[in-house]
Design a binder for this molecule. Structure first.
Ligand code: NAD
Length: 541
């Protein structure tokens, strides 16, 4: 038995590769894109390490070329979900008792495999399946995924080292047990790193998982399963269940072994899973842990003292990178009237410069939104604004679905701080702007706080530091990740642990200790070195 105390020091963040023409990473990625774009991968269900094919098939297409099928997948039925619960609970017996350093070693190997052999594979799959450009894929499916692996191991080592003090003639320690059951990980389409992290954080802490991947991110998610296996993750620790979320959620939350949900996606879906868990609470061995990061209506609040060039750049990148489909994407902006004309002009100049199209062409800054439902939703909000009396589409607004699901970077300007698209999440490259009278900024800050039910990210711009302080205080509950003079996107593991409250989630901060702590149930053990043999108090003797 290895009895070493192994150190896992704070890691460095994985460097973002530049993909300059002719660089080794660019050559490798282009070759892999070429290879994957000629394949139609058959994606099985994976339960207890075994591939299962139900023959009930679905298709995965490229969002920027919706006639291009890149994968076909087998859908689970009720039987397969039940099999997955059995397989997970079988794997739990060994995995929950495996030394944590062995689990950590497997996770560290995942990071190394992804930094090397799997880097082009994961990036190409994320580009083709989720329509990300070179840069957006690299920061997600390579760097952030690697960072989650390495940082979580470091944070786990800190948690295990947290021990109570000893008393006289006694030894005290805390054993950090995994939960007594399985975790249901339900993952979104928009980040490969989130898909990986929602399974791997509980698994690192000794738990087993049923993984319900998003059907629009299946290609990259399937390659993650291959990476896990190659890194040495035992069969059955993660069971891969493509198919209907509603079905999987229903069967999983009825099991007595259901011990938690690790979810990222829309507010409505998380609420429905929460309700199902509540309805079944009498069936469970323990109270389940419900951890969810959900929707957002992320804002930029501009004070009259702000630098307009910085505002225009932040609004453009914050609202339009990855087609506005980052949960943190800027989607509403409050700006003084004195600054708006200049900022709009700068944003229009940027929009005129950027190209939109296929991910294979690296000169495209904007690619497609994920699917038809997303395209239709974005278009309906733009159409609504076109018809509205209190709003106007002042930039972009064109939508073209002839080849892919393309929505131009769009600005809706409104005179109504409660206009529909100031309040509701769209999840597309649509920014709604409310220009206000400069002297009313303190009133408008209150509107910003009260306008939307969400509380995920927000940013304030201003050179008057005292005013910025006032705004930061007034907006205390509007965001779990708050930025000063920066765009509200781009959280980095180890630097800005991510998550929001209100209708945006349970704020358990992916990429930090808070999240890892949700996946353990501590047992405190007191050992008395010499046990008392007399019941009387000292003064009675
Ligand atoms: P979604 O809610 O449509 O889907 C998320 C997952 O839930 C998918 O795997 C889906 O198949 C599954 N699902 C759908 N209906 C279900 C049901 N009834 N029961 C069980 N599972 C079900 O979300 P999405 O479109 O994949 O992602 C976009 C949403 O995710 C946006 O609202 C965005 O704000 C949010 N998001 C939030 C964060 C964050 O950190 N707060 C991060 C990324 C995305």
């Amino acid at each position: 038995m290895n009895n070493s105390i192994i150190n896992f020091p704070l890691p460095a963040n994985e460097p973002v590769k530049a993909y300059m023409p002719g660089s080794p990473e660019r050559v490798a990625l282009e070759k892999e894109l070429e290879r994957q774009s000629k394949l139609v991968v058959e994606i099985p269900i994976i339960i207890g390490g075994k591939e299962i094919r139900t023959g009930d098939m679905g298709e995965v297409t490229c969002p920027h070329d919706h006639q291009h099928v890149i994968a076909r997948y087998h859908k689970v039925g009720k039987k397969e979900v039940e099999m997955a619960i059995d397989a997970a609970m079988k794997a739990w017996k060994e995995w929950s008792c495996t030394p944590w350093t062995t689990r950590a070693a497997i996770v560290m190997k995942m990071a190394e495999l992804l930094a090397t052999k799997y880097r082009p594979i994961m990036n190409a799959a994320t580009m083709l399946g989720q329509s990300k450009n070179f840069f957006q894929a690299e920061i997600d499916s390579a760097c952030e995924t690697i960072d989650f692996f390495r940082y979580n191991v470091h944070y786990a080592s800190k948690i295990y080292a947290m021990q109570p003090k000893d008393g006289v003639a006694q030894l005290n320690h805390t054993e950090y047990r995994p939960l007594e059951g399985f975790i249901l990980a339900v993952t979104p389409f928009n980040f490969t790193s989130i898909a990986s992290n929602l399974c791997m954080t509980p698994v690192l802490m000794g738990n087993v998982a049923l993984w319900k991947p998003s059907t629009t991110a299946l290609l990259s998610n399937y390659y993650l399963m291959q990476l896990y296996k190659e890194a040495g993750l035992p069969d059955g620790v993660i069971n891969f269940l493509p198919g209907s979320g509603a079905l999987i959620g229903e069967v999983a939350t009825e099991s007595k072994y259901f011990s938690g949900i690790h979810f990222t996606g829309s507010t409505a879906t998380f609420k429905s899973l929460w309700k199902q868990a509540s309805m079944n609470v009498d069936k469970y061995i323990s109270y389940p842990r419900l951890v969810g990061e959900t929707g957002g209506k992320d804002f930029i609040f501009v004070h009259p003292s702000a630098d307009p060039k910085a505002v225009a750049t932040a609004a453009f990148c914050g609202a339009y990178e990855f087609q506005g489909q980052k949960c943190s994407a800027a989607s509403r902006m409050y700006i003084p009237k004195s600054l708006w004309a200049g900022v709009l002009e700068d944003m229009k100049a940027m929009a005129a410069e950027v190209k939109m199209g296929d991910v294979m062409d690296p000169s495209n800054f904007i690619n497609a939104v994920i699917d038809k439902a997303s395209f239709d939703k974005a278009k309906s909000y733009i159409d609504f604004a076109r018809e509205a009396k209190d709003a106007e589409v002042v930039m972009g607004g064109n939508c073209d679905c002839s080849k892919g699901w393309f929505v131009e970077p769009t600005i809706i300007e409104t005179s109504n701080p409660h206009f529909k698209s100031m309040e509701e999440e769209i999840f597309a490259p649509v920014l709604t702007v409310y220009p206000y009278d400069d002297e009313k900024w303190e009133e408008v800050v209150k509107e910003c706080d009260a306008t939307s039910p969400y509380g995920l990210t927000g940013a304030v711009f201003g050179r008057d530091r005292m005013a910025v302080e006032k705004i930061t205080d007034a907006l205390r509950y509007t965001a779990g990740n708050f930025y000063i003079n920066d765009k509200p996107t781009g959280a980095v593991v180890g630097m800005q642990p991510f998550g929001g409250a209100r209708a945006s989630g349970t704020n358990d901060k992916a990429g930090g200790e808070f999240n890892l702590i949700r996946w353990i149930i501590p047992r405190v053990i007191k050992e008395t070195l010499v046990s008392p043999t007399d019941y009387r108090y000292t003064y009675m003797k």
